[in-house]
Structures are given as C-alpha cells and as structure tokens.
Ligand binder design. Sequence first.
Ligand SMILES: Nc1ncnc2c1ncn2[C@@H]1O[C@H](COP(=O)(O)OP(=O)(O)OP(=O)(O)O)[C@@H](O)[C@H]1O
Length: 571
Amino acid sequence: MTTAVLPVADGRQIRRYLRTLLPGRRLLLMGTILVMLGVSLLNLAIPVAIGWITQAVVDRRPASALTIPIALLTVAVIAGAICTYFARFLLSRLVFPAVGALREDALSHAVDLPIDVVEAGGSGDLISRVSGDAERVTDAASEVLGYFVTSALAIVAALIGLAAIDWRFALAGLLAVPIQAHTLRWYLRRSRPIYAGGRAADGRRAAALLTGFTALPTLRALGLTGQQRDRIETASRESMSYELAAMRTMTRFWGRLNLAEFVGLAAILLTGFLLVRSGSTSIGAATAAALFFAGLFGPINGVLATFDTLQQAAAGVGRLVGVTTVPRHEPTFATGTDQVVEATDVTFGYADGPAVLRDVTLRVGPGEKVAIVGTTGSGKSSLATLVAGLRTARSGSIRWGTSIEQRPVALVAQETHVFAGTITDNLRLGRPDATDEQIAQAMTEVGADGWVRTLPDGLQTTVGGGGRPLTAVQAQHLALARVHLMDPTLVVLDEANAEAGSDTSRQLDRAFEAVVRDRAAVVVAHRLNQAADADRILVMEAGQVVEEGTHAELVGSGGRYADLWHAWSAS
Ligand SMILES: Nc1ncnc2c1ncn2[C@@H]1O[C@H](COP(=O)(O)OP(=O)(O)OP(=O)(O)O)[C@@H](O)[C@H]1O
C-alpha cells in the first residue's frame, strides 16, 4: 500500500497562498473586523448595565433611576444582535468565495497532476484531500471561524472592562489563564499527532476501499476478496482508534477548562467581597466584574474549543494548498517545428525504477502514420504515453508542434473506461458542442452503428456503472469514436483487444482506419497489419529503437521486423 507523498504546504506557503486570495477583498475584510469589534463592545455594555441596576437597587433609589441602565441594556442587546447578524453575513461574503476558490484550485490542480505524482502518492490521499479536507475547511469557515474571531475580540474587550472597574479584578481573573494556557498547550501537543495520524489513516482507508471496489473482479477471480476485506478492516480499525483517542483527549481538555473557570470565578468573588468590605468598590461594580468574568466563559471556551476544528481545518488548508504547489502537468508546445511531435534522445523510467526507454528518437510529421512494434515489455506503451504528453521524460526532449494547441493529442490506451451515462454522453466528453448528428456520424464512421442499433434506446442507452454492460470491443469502439469526434491533430493508439483475423479484429480495424485517416498517428501495432500500412515503422527491443523504416524496407532487410512479420503472416 502506498503512503502519502503529495506535499503538505508549510506556514509560509499557506500565507503566500492566502495573500493571493486577498486582492479585491481588503475593504470587506476591514468592514468585517470593525463590525465584529462593535459586537464585542456592545456585549460589554450588558454587564455594565446590570451592575448599574444592582447598585441602584442596593441604594434603594427610585424606579426612575433604572430607566437609563434598562434602556442601555435593551439597546445593547438589540444592537448586538443586529451587528452579530451583519458580522456573520460579511464574514460569509468574505470567507466562502475564498474557500470556494481554494477548493476549485486544488481540484483543478488534482486533475492536472502528473500521473507519476498521483501513482506515487496513491489516489486515496488525493481523494481524501479534495473531499474530506475540503469539507473540513468549508465547515470550519461556515461554523466556527466567525465564532472564534468574535470570541477572541470579546475576551480582549472583557479583560479591558474588568481592568477598568478595578485592576485587582483583572488580576484575579488572570489566575485562570495559566491553567487555560497549560491546558491548551497540553491539548495541542497531544491532539496534533492524533489528527495528523487520523487524516493519514483516513487516506489509507479510502485507498483500501477504492482498491476493493475498482479491483473487485480481479480480487474475486484470484480469490483475494478476504484478504482485501482484512486490509479494509485493519485500515478502518486504525482510523477508529484515532477517533477514540481524539475523543478521550477532548473530554480531559474540557475537564481542565472547567477547573480554570472555577479558580478564576472564585478569585473574582473573593476579590469582590474583600474590596466591597473595605469600601474600595461598590456592590454594583463587583457585580459587573463577576458578570464580566462569567461572560468570559463562553468566549474563552469558544476560542479554545474551536481550536480543535480550526486546527483540523488548518491541516486541511495545508493539504489542499500542498496540492496546488505541485506543478501542473502541462506539455510545452514548441514553435518553429514543422513536425507534429518530436521526441529526441528520450530516456524514461517509472518512479525510481530502472530506465524502460533509452535514447529513443521519434519524429512525426503532419498526417504521417508511425507504427511501433516490438515484443512484450519492450517499451511501446511507455513511448506512447510520453508522446501523448501523459508522462514526463527523465532526459531528452519531447516537443509538440503548435497545431497541437488548437486540436490536442488524443490517446486511446489499452484500458478504456466507459463513463456512467448514455452513449451520447460518453462521446460528448470528447467534444462538448457536438450535435446528435455528429455523434451518430462518428459512430457510423468507426463501424459501431451496427451494435448500437440493437440496443433498446440506441445512442441514448445508459452504459457504464449501473447501466448496460458493454463488451471490451464495444468499449473500445466508444473510445475510438470519441477520439474521432474530437478530431485531434495527433492520435496515439495503443489498443489491443482483438486476436488477429477474428471478427472482432476486423471490426476494430475499420474503426482504427477511420481514426487515423487524415491525421498524424502513432500506433502501437498489436496486430502487424496495422504496421504494414504505416508510413514508417519503429522496432523496439528492451527500451531502444533497433530498426526503423517502411514495411517494404524492413521486410527486405531481413532483420527483427522481418522475423516478426513472417511469424505473424504464418499464424
Ligand atoms: N506503471 C508502471 N510502473 C512500473 N513499471 C512499468 C509500468 N508500466 C510498464 N512498466 C514496465 O516498463 C517496461 C515497458 O513496458 P511497456 O508497457 O511500455 O512495454 P510494451 O512494449 O508496451 O509491452 P506490452 O506489449 O506488453 O504492452 C516493462 O518492463 C514494464 O514492466
């Protein structure tokens, strides 16, 4: 099983990325902070008004003396509620588009990641980033970020308020701080590895599940479903053990915070008692101070508790931004070449493995058909994926002509995927603006119209996952028709589903001819008749080109190709 190797962005990279989201939002950011500050100040007025009322009652003042504090209380509550609403509204306007932009950016990067990076990192890791992590960031942004910021501002305002009544109240209240700080440090130290491990375990569970689903037929055929189930169970157990550890840590965290509240409030009440007894302060002021402090419980617990969610979201942001730091896989288009593609002295290998292609040179001119032949494992498919721009060479250069920019390269690989949807949907993926007539024509030109007519709903038949199953040849037909409809400048064909001479091979040969007609083509010739008609043939052996020429030249020279051709013609 693969472990995560996709990068996680560090603090500097995250800050740099977040700054790119700021332009055009500065005013909104400042407005949001100002309104939040307003909320905190209005919340301060509430304990002041209650302290005022208490003092008036203690002094047995007339009822009219309560008018102003009650009015203050009412205004503070109503204005506070209105400002809270606006603060949330502004925050959502600020944060949601930013989170949306990050999510989109990470997703579009994920789609464009070099195949080797996805293979090395494991698709489970990538999936857990663009789904689970993205969700965590969105949840944190919608639910706790506003709460966190208003709580933090409320704490600062309440501490200032406490100190304004009497500095000794502020001092008494601060007794809770060391316990809270220690609790938070303890919690962060303990929970960080738990959450990081949990994320990684989730990724492994996703990968195990994915393998279980995608490779189900193979696992069944080999009788390995039990082993895969064990793997999924082990990954799930591991993931669950992280959840339980997180829960236990959380419970202890809250217990310690309650102790801090008890210590702080006891100190404030004792201070209030002593100050009132010595005549240094009034009962009203002591009441306000106690209310200030009690009012701090919510915001302090809010800040500390949301650390948990924000910490997970921050880890999620790091993982999402990490995806965006991997350079996209973008072929460079050469100018000034009259070739469609020009691979020069290319050496290539998978991950850290040995080179499977060495010093291979391949040039394809406009409309030219080049066939690649060779024994199994000689490197034909690897060369095809490089020429199609799906993988990157270790050394040497691959340059595409500018015509590729308008009508990109299309590859039909040995494994074709049938997408869930109608046959029309499957073809339209190649060319979204294609009309129904163009789709039908493409299917006819590749010779697939016959079997489509036998389907109950013709081109509108649902195929792929959950739909009507297609045979391997029908799937291949769909892939070829899609490429034909796309009308690329260069087509790279590496399809190998039919035994030579069979009915199936004749069907696919017709499709093949339609797809290569009037286009530049690189064809991995699994059936040698595909090579015989090519303008040029490359013969590969152990990652190198050992012969090159036309069919007639190579047969005439009596070399490796001639042997292959004679063996094939006799079969
Ligand atoms: N994804 C991969 N990871 C690691 N090694 C690979 C991978 N794909 C192919 N190889 C190795 O690269 C070498 C060349 O394989 P490649 O598929 O290019 O040969 P081929 O000539 O197309 O073979 P075939 O005719 O069987 O398709 C082989 O040794 C193969 O085992």
